[in-house]
Design a protein around this ligand. Structure first.
Ligand code: DQA
Length: 140
């Protein structure tokens, strides 16, 4: 059975509450529970933190043991060389996800420190981007 984790970064605990016009009105746990049910053959887990070091610790913890990491690092995407280095350090493939189309937003959201160390990037498809990332990790 494939083991995959979704890691969400800062402010993504407020999905469904935060800037609904950009991120939608669904809370993440409702979405995650439904996703896990429709992929019963996958051992899918979830971790969220607002702290850069905690995200790095989680990448180190799972990054040599599981089959895929789906990472929405939130604003750390645009600032964190340390998370980029953590992705490069581990052997598990990482798919970068953004709920919003970051390229249709402020220019400071157009650059990702993480993307070059990731298997690929999915953005602009709302929460469905996590499912698309999951599909990409399950397709060898
Ligand atoms: C985000 C986009 C980032 O620019 C922003 O800082 C977020 C969410 C997204 O999912 O669209 O927190 O990663």
């Amino acid at each position: 059975m494939s083991k995959i984790i979704i890691i969400n970064g800062p402010n993504l605990n407020l999905l469904g509450v935060r800037e609904k016009g950009i991120y939608g009105d669904q809370d993440f746990m409702t979405f995650f529970t439904a996703l896990r049910e429709s992929y019963a053959g996958v051992e899918l887990s979830y971790f969220q933190s607002n702290h850069e070091g905690a995200i790095i610790d989680k990448i180190h913890e799972v990054g040599f043991a599981i089959d895929g990491i789906i990472l929405n690092a939130g604003a750390y995407t645009h600032t964190s060389l340390a998370i980029a280095d953590a992705i490069a350090a581990v052997t598990t493939p990482v798919v970068e996800v953004h709920i919003s189309n970051v390229y249709a937003r402020e220019s400071y959201r157009h650059h990702s420190y993480l993307a070059k160390n990731c298997k690929g990037v999915i953005c602009g498809f709302g929460l469905d981007g996590y499912r698309l990332a999951l599909e990409s990790l399950l397709t060898k």
